[in-house]
Design a protein around this ligand. Structure first.
Ligand code: GTP
Ligand code: MG
Length: 319
């Protein structure tokens, strides 16, 4: 289901941007600014960082992109229509769903960060089966970077909500990503799955979003390069979410080694790049008596808050 926007239908390409030569173009694309829309929504500072052009040149590019897309006001009714297409994927826990305003939204990226064992991968598994329960024709894409997808866990969870386990497994397409380049490539190939192969992809999970990036780019000198690549990756995920009304769920570890990743050790990897691209951000931690605590941070229309739930063999349960 393609949700085309008016802006996308206009025939303006990056090549039409004023004063942009081949070298700048390459830097733009490498940093994830590969559509006129991505330029239109960027800030001058971001384009300066990405390309090294001066601030006034950056402002001109943004103004041109905004004019080209006739960005401005969209009437409330068409916005409401778009919102009506948004689906909410249940976690099985009433408290958790309530925290998320009814469930994990399609058309958006939800980032979940937390320490090892906090339950980020479990959330991915639970969303996969619940999405299929809610949309029997849906396909779930699971990009697995740490080899932690467990089909036998899907079987348990499917049985927990009266789904046929084998059938459920057939609707989940798992791809193991061997490095960050491979991960980016796999994300890009989701569009092919939809457009060429006709799959109704409703949920894309990237577990873990940042592990490869963290392992491959070590040390301060490589930070800019890592952030650029991550930015591009996040843009691709945003595009998937926005254009196809997909629920995108990404997991992110917190930096446990403050020396290697300067700054607050309880902060998620990827910093503001991941934070800005994510619509919903969740912090997961272990709670009392084996429970889990999910804390919602920076959600657009929801109050920040916390909830408790239990991870059980048949699914997530309220306390
Ligand atoms: P990292 O990927 O290492 O950062 O951790 P994570 O946040 O992805 O943790 P994960 O989702 O793998 O959580 C693992 C925890 O979930 C286990 O320690 C168990 O407490 C719980 N868990 C996993 N499977 C089951 C199950 O079948 N039954 C129950 N009761 N708990 C489970
Ligand atoms: Mg995990």
């Amino acid at each position: 289901m393609k949700m085309s926007t008016e802006a996308e239908n206009r025939d303006c390409t990056l090549n039409d941007l004023p004063g942009v030569g081949a070298a700048t173009m390459e830097k733009l694309v490498d940093s994830g600014y590969d559509t006129v829309m991505s330029i239109a929504v960027a800030s001058p500072g971001q384009l300066v960082d990405a390309t090294g052009v001066g601030e006034s040149a950056a402002r001109k590019m943004i103004k041109f992109a905004r004019d080209a897309l006739e960005m401005g006001f969209e009437d409330g009714e068409s916005l409401l229509k778009k919102r009506e297409l948004v689906q909410k994927v249940s976690t099985g826990s009433v408290a958790f769903d309530t925290l998320m305003g009814g469930g994990f939204e399609t058309g958006a990226i939800t980032e979940c960060f937390g320490e090892f064992g906090s339950g980020k991968t479990q959330v991915g598994h639970i969303l996969a089966v619940n999405m299929i329960k809610q949309n029997p024709d849906a396909t779930v894409v699971y990009i697995d970077t740490e080899n932690t997808f467990r089909p036998e866990r899907i079987v348990q969870l499917a049985e927990g909500i009266q789904l046929d386990p084998e059938e459920t497994l057939r609707k989940i397409r798992v791809a193991r990503a061997y490095n960050s380049d491979h991960q980016v490539l796999l994300t890009e190939s989701v569009e092919e799955l939809i457009n060429k192969k006709g799959f109704d992809v409703r949920l894309v999970i990237v577990d873990s979003l940042t592990a490869h990036f963290r392992a491959e780019f070590v040390g301060r000198g490589t930070l800019a390069e890592r952030q650029q690549k991550l930015n591009k990756h996040m843009h691709a995920l945003l595009k998937l979410a926005g254009n196809y009304n997909i629920c995108v769920y990404v997991t992110n570890q917190v930096s446990s080694d403050p020396a290697a990743f300067f700054g607050d050790p309880t902060k998620p990897i990827g910093g503001h790049i991941v934070a800005h691209a994510s619509t919903f951000r969740l912090y997961l931690r272990k709670g009392k008596k084996g429970s889990r605590v999910a804390k919602l941070i920076d959600a657009p229309n929801l109050a920040d808050g916390e909830c408790n739930f239990m991870v059980e063999s048949g699914g997530f349960k309220d306390l």
